[in-house]
Design a protein around this ligand. Structure first.
Ligand code: ZN
Length: 312
């Protein structure tokens, strides 16, 4: 069994309450998991996605209330694009602008794309895609099925040598070359619905400094442990790049490596998914901890910052 596509995108944010308000209430994503950074349990790890947070829809954040903004450089993810029904772009423009979010529009292969930034400066697009209205939707008050976001359409990477990054996506992660905007290399997965990666050339001459609004890593899909191990083997044998040992992230199992352009890539298994430790009908409603941290629950919970907006 093989599947290629985006699994999740993980970014860095400032105030957690502001992050939750923007992504769950304004963009209408489901908060599918509230847990902590397993490597730093004093920090939230918030997962947003569609109703199930299935691979291809999960946007996750490490929010640090006092983090400095990120600075751009060579080797980073410069845009994360969601898919929405083709007729919903006007709705989204109006909704975002009514919340004081500046928007711009461009056209990509005949499709309308709305671009904007979240309160931490992370760059997003919503792309109007014909047929997206037939995909399952998570709806919240004010956003109905004809408008709701449907998971990721693409991520855009900016690296010094796009071909070198494309080779990893193609030969290790199972993507194939596809059409893209002029000036970008395009690759598409084999998942359904399709997710894509666009690669632009960057020429800063320096590495980015990650901070609020920066994407920390992009995770790609592996159907299971065996598929993940095969990908790691190809990476090692063909590209001389060693991935980390597998780490258990509770909701998936992951390995990590830095691709030749400098972007941190993760390969994550499709399973077990977000229903592994709570009822699918109540995802994200309470703090979930991995077994190793359960004994310290009270201390951890007391130190976590509020998920309510400070200015609300
Ligand atoms: Zn990840």
């Amino acid at each position: 069994m093989s599947v290629a596509g985006i699994h999740h995108v993980t970014a860095m944010a400032g105030a957690p309450g502001r992050n939750r308000h923007f992504h769950a209430e304004i963009l209408g994503q489901r908060l599918v998991k509230r847990t902590v950074n397993f490597d730093d349990p004093s920090t939230w790890h918030l997962y947003y996605g569609d109703a199930a947070g299935r691979p291809g829809s999960a946007l996750t954040f490490f929010p640090w209330p006092h983090i400095a903004p990120g600075h751009p450089g060579d080797g980073e993810t410069v845009e994360t694009a969601f898919r929405a029904p083709a007729g919903a772009i006007g709705f989204w423009r109006e909704r975002l602008e009514s919340h004081g979010v500046a928007c711009a529009e461009d056209e990509r292969q005949g499709r309308r794309a709305l671009t904007f930034r979240d309160p931490d400066g992370m760059a997003f697009a919503i792309i109007g895609v014909a047929g997206a209205e037939d995909e399952p939707a998570w709806t919240v008050p004010g956003i109905d099925e004809a408008q709701a976001l449907r998971g990721f359409e693409s991520v855009t990477l900016a690296v010094p040598d796009p071909e070198a990054t494309a080779a990893i996506l193609r030969d290790v992660l199972g993507f194939r070359h596809s059409e893209a905007r002029p000036g970008y290399l395009g690759l598409a997965g084999s998942d359904s619905p399709l997710t894509a990666v666009e690669i632009a050339q960057s020429a800063y001459g320096t590495r980015p400094r990650l901070g609020a609004g920066s994407v920390h890593h992009v995770a790609f899909r592996a159907a299971d442990d065996a598929a993940q191990a095969a990908m790691a083997q190809t990476l090692r044998e063909r590209f001389g790049i060693a991935a980390t040992e597998q780490r258990d992230r509770n909701y998936f199992r992951s390995i990590y490596f830095r691709e030749p352009g400098g972007v941190l890539f993760e390969i994550a298994t499709d399973g077990p998914g977000f229903a592994v430790d709570e009822d699918p009908g109540h995802l994200g409603e309470s703090l979930k901890l991995p077994p190793g941290l359960e004994a310290r629950r009270e201390t951890i919970a007391a130190r976590l910052p509020s998920l309510e907006r400070e200015d609300a």
